[in-house]
Write a protein that binds this ligand. Sequence first.
Ligand SMILES: *[C@@H]1O[C@H](CO)[C@@H](O)[C@H](O)[C@H]1NC(C)=O
Ligand SMILES: *[C@@H]1O[C@H](CO)[C@@H](O)[C@H](O)[C@H]1NC(C)=O
Ligand SMILES: *[C@@H]1O[C@H](CO)[C@@H](O)[C@H](O)[C@H]1NC(C)=O
Ligand SMILES: *[C@@H]1O[C@H](CO)[C@@H](O)[C@H](O)[C@H]1NC(C)=O
Length: 458
Amino acid sequence: MALNFVPIISWTALVTVFISGRGCAARYTADWKSLDARPLPAWFDEAKIGIFVHWGVFSVPAFGEYSEWFWYWWESKKRAEEVEFMRKNYPTGFEYTDFAHKFHAEFFNPDSWAELFHASGAKYVVFTSKHHEGFTNWPSPTSWNWNSVDVGPHRDLVAELAVAIRNRSLHFGLYHSLFEWYNPLFLLDEASGFKTQNFVAWRTLPDLVNLVKVYKPELIWSDGDWLASDEYWNSTQFLAWLYNDSPVKDVVVTNDRWGKGCYCKHGGYYNCADRYTPGKLPGHKWEKCQSIDTRSWGYRRNMQLSEVMDLPSIIKDMVYVVAMGGNYLLNIGPAADGMIAPVFEERLRGLGAWLGINKEAIYASKPWRIQTENSTVTVWYTAKNSTVYAIMLGWPSTQPLELTSPKTSKATKVTLLDYPNVPLKWAPLTQAAGLLILMPAMPASRGNAWTLKLEGVV
Ligand SMILES: *[C@@H]1O[C@H](CO)[C@@H](O)[C@H](O)[C@H]1NC(C)=O
Ligand SMILES: *[C@@H]1O[C@H](CO)[C@@H](O)[C@H](O)[C@H]1NC(C)=O
Ligand SMILES: *[C@@H]1O[C@H](CO)[C@@H](O)[C@H](O)[C@H]1NC(C)=O
Ligand SMILES: *[C@@H]1O[C@H](CO)[C@@H](O)[C@H](O)[C@H]1NC(C)=O
């Protein structure tokens, strides 16, 4: 059944055929009750760490806070920084769309990106197929002259990256913005109070189906949903097709941004609002996305070092997220020429080096009975099978280290992951719980975090 280009009539007809056509396996219906009950494919929780990549026409001006919103700041918001930047540096009459011709990607080497992402210890990559500006990084059949093959790089960026990412055995995911600031069809629907679905029928659904069929993403990171309801977007109809009949039905993972009021409630895993930082263990799989450049997802040529997360802050954030049952999606914005700034590369390789030692406390771990406690250093716990990991954010300044939460037995064994063959001396703290650990000399770590492996504790 070909689903290459699906205009409104055949889209609904196909869904109907799919729903009524087979009677055997359990099928999802196009409602949240059914879709929300789908178990999340196991790879996602085990992966823990992903790399988010924001790349598009916005990478050309590469200017200002949240540079991926440049067009909106300049055109709609008339934010002073962007207006001034354009006045000073570009001729009158220069339009945002003219930036696409300067998006050359001349140094884009997908395998060097993939090598770096692999070296960072990440297990999946989420790439912007299309941001709110509407420019597609693949030759979308609905995006004539506003895609990376017709203009700019003249390359199918999604295809090239997908090949390189998979070659390094990482999972490949796509970010996709449902809405577009200035798409005439979207503006038409908006003017009708979203009673019409021209944009959804001719753009959103055909694009999503095209992306899934051609690139087979294992993750769809939906965004740009907030102006209209999930009924307008036909999100449940799309997800039912995705989970029942698409080529990625068994492996694909989705997030929760599928319409106004959906996030933190419906979909696959939860992103909730940006900067969601739960204070206690959430009852649902979640993911925190965080940009290494704390002021932007897209690249900014005017980025300052003081605005860039250092390695200890990245590790601290990631450890908190994993101990709280989340995944950590760490963002970088490549430059328009395809280069990844050496400061981002340094952070990613540093993270990978830390994970090289501490990996067993992170990948495929589960939250423990207790998430955190403060000793002379803050400790976050993770667990795997009957082993508990105590990840220390900092090196304890006094001896011995006191942990109050684990309950020991005679079989308890304590090691530092930096010295796996050196059992550490320990003693129970009280009869009920806790232990005192005699720490060895401090091993070097650029990440300012170390892991104690506690076997035989509950
Ligand atoms: C695939 O990955 C290997 C290393 O694992 C690398 O040597 C090779 O160049 C990559 N091939 C492509 C097409 O990216
Ligand atoms: C959205 O789904 C409804 C219900 O199945 C259907 O009537 C409508 O035509 C769909 N719209 C699009 C744009 O596919
Ligand atoms: C540990 O200390 C930090 C900073 O002082 C505090 O925010 C946090 O709530 C403490 N955690 C526990 C479990 O007491
Ligand atoms: C943990 O248990 C799983 C099965 O539940 C097993 O596949 C895995 O090898 C175990 N890991 C370790 C480190 O013992």
